[in-house]
Design a protein around this ligand. Sequence first.
Ligand code: FES
Length: 664
Amino acid sequence: MADCLVTFQPDDKNVNVEIGETILNAAVKADVFINSVCGGLGKCGKCKVQVKGDVSSRDSELLSKEDKENNLVLACESAVMGDIEVFIPEISRAAKHQILVKSKEIDLKMLTPLTRKYRLALPVPSLEDNLSDLERIKKSLADEKIENPKISLTLLRNCAKILRDNLWDVSATVAEEDGRNEIIYIGPKDAVKKHFGLAIDIGTTTVVVSLIDLNSGEIITSQSNYNKQIVCGEDVLARINYAEEEEGGLARLNKLIVETINFLIEKLTLDDEVCRRGIEYGTCKDEITGIVTAGNTTMSHLFLSLDPEHIRLEPYIPTASLIPTIKARDLNLEINPEAVVYCMPCRASYVGGDITADILASGMSKKEELSLLIDVGTNGEAVIGNKDWLASCSCSAGPAFEGGEVQHGMRASFGAIEKVALTVIPELSGEGKDIKVFYKTIGDIKPKGICGSGLIDLLAELFTHGIIDKGGNINDIASPRIRHGDEGKEFVVAWAEETSLGRDMIAVRRDDGEIEMKEAAGKDIIITEADIKNIIRTKGAVYASCSVLLKSMNYKFDDLKKIYIAGGFGNYIDLKKAILLGLFPDVPLDKYEFIGNGSLGGARLALLSRDAREEAQRIYKMMTYIELSVNNMFYNEFTSALFLPHTDMKLFPSVAEVLGEAQE
Ligand code: FES
């Protein structure tokens, strides 16, 4: 079939695709990300792009008359019919993400990585010493306490040549696979110094890969990018639907996650630090012999191409929780094909390997003291326990803190308002109160939306300044910033002239019929009452799930000695404000600890330490799971938490003090 050239602007990226391919698919191939909340089903209208050239588009009520006049189409509903140029407006662009690579520092006194490398100076065979090549290798490994390892036929076929080419002085890599050792690589003796592994956080939105020196435990470098599956839907349920409803859906989702990881492995080698150390790309790929992945249960299934259907259907049973070690070649990963891949165990359909990794990174399963771990994403997960027991639960928190269900919400990307402070000046010449909004954006550029940490700041400021009430209603205050919009009352956070929202170059037809490019006017960034209610629902679900977990185990928040906050969102938030809104419990701040990207940190630990891998299995076995979707207590707790900070102010004494409210 004929190829068409698609050029994406403003990045100026080109890609050749077959005629009939959708623009959204072409964007994935070009490594350009277009927002696609509904996963390309033509339902969200977030993928609007402007096209020049021949496309065949389905008409959609999500396109306004003005959109159509300006050649805007839905990228997921438009087929490429010839060479075209596609301009992605700011609002449809999935901007560069603020991705959390950092995790809690870990203590690695005794390195026992997933794969180990040994120098084998083998005796040269003779008529008197006529052991076979394989027995010779095994005998030498036995001196290192590696007894009777397996070896693949592929490697065995190459063995004779490698040993003789290297004059019997070689290195051997041995993998620990579910309690059994296997020789997975034989190379020159110098290769003993080049011994690498990957820790991978497979997030629903982003994927982070760290290249780790398995001889020292050091992180050499990390790379991250959007999970390419994002074009098939933004959250796990959308991905499961895609796998079930689209022909070849599961195969495509699997291909996209593998492509994302291979792309990041490729990028790792271009990293300055890798180049500075002179680690050769080809060598590096061959010398990567161990991988640990941590992902939620759905992501783990899609990575392994396991059918995720039953994850979403009662009684919510995954295909596998304790996943056997797998070979890189079986997953099409572009590293040493014999490399072993260990997936962190998933406890339940909605408490996955990422949470096992969080627990590992926090160390809570090894401590005497009672701790709570909270991971806030689209799903909120909470775990309580200590070294003897763990209990977990998960709630569908909703995407409000990740930019969904909030009109001008966005992910933590460049241009997102991440911090907000308000000053209210009582009166001005008959125009009402002068409310000044101070904000900071990621990248210090003009704002185009508000991310999770910004929303928490904003709501806390609106609440403490009396602009919204405990139910999240905007009070009747005379001020230019408070007005009635299409969806009821709204508050203007940033005026159009300050923002980059909607400020795109668009094609406009002049009176003489010619098309000219003009900058569209900016738009006010607002928060509506409906947005505020969505945020309150999200924070209420997170708090209620923690509360149910504690009550189910007969504990109170005051009994907790430590609260670990995991996840990219958690690391950037103002704790005091999160407590003020009732997202997190009102306990002394020194009990809180941010563990950063616990999923990545836990994966690294498991890659480097046998103890950690055993601990991950122990966590899986001892952790119970409380299903909240059928839990009446959860409904009651959730309803009580739908206020700022909560209906029961006795639970939030420090907030009552800030608000000047007397406690009974
Ligand atoms: Fe949702 Fe196109 S309409 S991705």
